[in-house]
Structures are given as C-alpha cells and as structure tokens.
Design a protein around this ligand. Sequence first.
Ligand code: SAH
Length: 352
Amino acid sequence: MLYTVDPDHLASVCPDEPPYRARQLREWLYRHPVLETQQMTNLPGSLRDRLELWPFELEADQSADGGRTRKWLFRTGDGAAIEAVLMGYPDRTTLCISSQAGCAMACTFCATGQFGFERHLEAGEITAQVAFAKAFLDEYGMPNSPHRLTNVVFMGMGEPLANYTHVRESLHRMIDLMGMSARAITVSTVGFVPGMRRLADEPWKVNLAVSLHAADDELRSSLVPLNERYSLAEVIEASRHYFKVKGRRISIEWTLIDGTNDSVDQARKLAEIAHDLRAHVNVIALNPTPLSADLPPSADRVAVFMDELRYEGVNATLRDTRGQDIDAACGQLRVHSEGTPIRIDRAVLEAR
Ligand code: SAH
C-alpha cells in the first residue's frame, strides 16, 4: 500500500533494491500517478508484481451527466468507505475528496452527518484519492473538460479541520510532492475555529470555504450543532483572520433549505457578513437526503434569494447540483451497503 508509506521512507518497501528505487517510486506515486504498478515501467518485474499501490479497493464506479460526473466508492482493508467525486467543466476538472469516513458534525441536512462518524482518514488515504483521479484522467480524460486534474475540494465526507494532522500532511503531499498549486485546493469547513486558525499559520495559500448556512446563532445552531461550540461571531472572526493572513478571498457556503434559511431576511444578513468579509457566496439548493424531510426551495424562491444577494452587491454564485442521480451531489455521500470489492485496474474502469 504505497500511498500509506511515508514518502521519505519508500526505501523500506524495497530494502534489497538499490537506493534510487525509492526515488523512482516517489516519482511514480507523486509526479506521474498510474493506476497499476505494472505501469511503473522502470521498475523490475518482481517489484511491480509484489507492491500494492492503493490503500483501498474500488467498490463502485458510477458516472452521470454524460460522463462528466464520476463517483468512486473505495473500501479500505478495515472496511471504511471513502467516496470521491470527479466533475468535469469546460474550464476545470475538479475532484471532491473525503477527509473522514463518515462525519461527527451531524449537520441535520447532510447525509454523511446523519450516518455518523466512522474514523479519520490517514494522509495516504486522502492523497491516494487525488492520485487515483490523476491516474484516471491520464488514461481516460474527461469529456469536454480539461483532461487533467485542475482543482481539489475537501467537500466530500468529513470535516477536514477536525482531522487536522492528516489533512495537513495530505496538503503537503499534494502541493510539495505532486506539484499542485495551493490556489487550486479548497478546504471546506463547518466552522471548526481552532483548525481555521491553524490553517492560517501554514505556509500555503489554500482556499478556505466556510459552510455558514445561517446568519444568526439560533438558526445556525439548529442546522449545525457545532455552532453551540463555535458561535457565528467566532467563525466570522476566524474567517476574517484567514483572509487577512492569506489575502485569499473566503467563500461562504450556503445550502438553501425550503422554509428554513431561504428568507429575504437571511439573505440580507448574509449580505452583511459577506460584505464585511469581502467573501464570495456559493449558494446551493439542498440535495435531499434519506434521514431528513428537508426539501430544496422552489426555483422561484431560489431566484428571489439570489436576487436579494445580488441587489445587495454580493458576489454570489448558484452552484449546480451535479450528480444527484448517483447520490454524488453535495451532502449525499455516505457509507453504502456492502458491495463486492474489485481490484483497481483498467479492465474494471473500461468495463463501465
Ligand atoms: N465538513 C465540511 C466539508 C464537507 S460538506 C463542511 O461542512 O464544509 C461540503 C459542503 O456540502 C458543505 O458546504 C455542506 O454544507 C454542503 N452540504 C452538505 N449537505 C448538503 C446537502 N444535502 N445539500 C447540499 N449541500 C450540502
């Protein structure tokens, strides 16, 4: 399981080989990720046969939107489910990754939160999702989109800042070893204030997205239980600090729920916060989840909310609800029923 080995200690997996093997391995893992060890052409056959590349098996590979949305369910040896979603757009190809199996934050409208926490993902398990997408794109590309990975967002399962050490190490691997630009990476948080502050101290200018969903404490606490611990004012203050230190605009995430946080009054309060932080606002209409009766507002109500934000001069985008039909949309990722794990190789991906 090469991706869970410390990149500086790759020699430990091939102790009988000359020292340059570790370097070659590192190149393959982080510079030119491939789907199978057999593609590591400069390694001896015996090594290619023996080494295990991925820390998980691919349990499901689903595609939607004409092949421009692809959801992968990976299963680790200890049974943890990891989901990642690849999305192609005309100008970018974005991978949405998971930082935890399950999530402990229990946001009422999020499927992952409804099913609870399983465990933290290790740095190697987080990085491997990115490497897998790179290797996949290298071989198959993405219709009408860049054939290489341009962006990574921590918007899959889990609260990345509650798994700080491993997420930090995965950022180091993506940026320093894989050569990704920090600006191409977005860490999305429910408002885990200590993590926001630690991230501000890191050397990288990664984007920070803050999932606000409500513009007053009472409403926010009813949607996001963590708000009881870190209030709106504290989350706003930590966001302001991040913006000040990094000079990177924060984005505020807002999942619109019918009759809950879609009022003109909330839009006005949100506009004030956005102005104050000079933040960009990403609105997404709720994707329905199994354990909640919440619904997205009608298209008209969504339009009224967006109009109000824009009228107030807020830089706001309505995000599409990609991948709903394969439960790949925001908030729909969760631990799935048992499937039959399949080894990762091209035959599997081609058969789909
Ligand atoms: N824990 C982090 C990252 C994972 S959630 C966070 O909270 O930001 C990624 C985004 O999906 C968040 O903005 C979250 O609020 C949003 N989301 C969760 N459930 C959703 C749902 N059912 N419909 C639409 N967006 C949802």
